[in-house]
Design a protein around this ligand. Structure first.
Ligand code: S5P
Length: 258
């Protein structure tokens, strides 16, 4: 089985290459989801756990005091700790509209987010619209092939279609949000949300799996952890724990499949 950094040779996308290399350099397949509500909380979390992650995931539109300064500081922390930034925008509209949502508005997502993601519900036009904007800045896109929530409709042929579309646009599409490995292309990165040490879900349909299961059994590449880390007392210690468990599961998987 190929290591993360060896897989960098199977993609032409600069962001995907960078991410694969960061993972191997920092020995981490952890993405922390910073779903907190103020600039101060986001920046504190990012600086505290920055050494442990390959990727910081944001929901920029839930931050109450958003301004340009937050973006500058996030970029500075990304540089300081060597991680990439993933804006979890989950675009879902026609190509023309998503272009504006990606490039314009208050957030100018394309200017600072290395990675963003999109639903494939509208068909290939959504990828083409985002691609025209994103490729100019060497960005990467993840397709939502599956979701972690109970009753998700992204299953079976929908998931297969996401995999097919990723291959068609593989200069820009770098992988998937999924619950497991869905593509055999080693250049594609699988990221899995719904990860926690304890697998009791929340009251709104979120379902959790353990880091060992997601990386070791389901063949995913990146763990996305939100509440499991940012709601803990000692975010650094807990992030380190997730990082170590995720990395160990990857190393064991590598040893199993030669
Ligand atoms: O299928 C999905 C896709 C995503 S990106 N399920 C998810 O939970 N997410 C996101 O991952 C979600 O929007 C949230 O930001 C994070 C999971 O957070 P947690 O607190 O449940 O770990």
């Amino acid at each position: 089985m190929l290591s993360y950094s060896e897989r960098a040779d199977y993609t032409t996308n600069e962001t995907a290459k960078k991410l694969f290399h960061i993972m191997d350099e920092k020995h981490t397949n952890l993405c922390v989801s910073a779903d907190v509500h103020t600039k101060k909380e986001v920046l504190k979390l990012a600086d505290t756990i920055g050494t442990e992650i390959c990727l910081l995931k944001t929901h920029i539109d839930i931050i109450e005091d958003f301004d340009e300064h937050l973006i500058e500081e996030l970029k500075r922390l990304a540089e300081k700790h060597n991680f990439l930034i993933f804006e979890d925008r989950k675009f879902a509209d026609i190509g023309n509209t998503v272009q504006h949502q990606y490039q314009n508005g208050i957030y100018h997502i394309a200017d600072w987010a290395d990675i963003t993601n999109a639903h494939i519900l509208p068909g290939p036009g959504i990828i083409e619209g985002l691609r025209e904007v994103g490729m100019k800045q060497q960005r990467g896109l993840l397709l939502l092939a599956e979701m972690s929530s109970e009753g998700s409709l992204a299953t079976d042929t929908y998931t297969d279609r996401a995999v097919e579309l990723a291959d068609v646009y593989k200069d820009f599409v770098i992988g998937f949000i999924s619950q497991q490995k869905v593509s055999d292309n080693p250049g594609m990165i699988h990221m899995t949300p719904g990860v926690k040490m304890t697998t009791t879900g929340d009251t709104l349909g979120q379902q959790y799996n353990t880091p060992q299961y997601v990386i070791g059994e389901k063949g995913s590449d990146v763990l996305i952890v939100g509440r499991g880390i940012y709601e803990s007392e000692d975010t650094l210690a807990v992030a380190t724990q997730y990082k170590n468990i995720g990395w160990e599961a990857y190393v064991k998987r590598m040893a199993r499949i030669v």
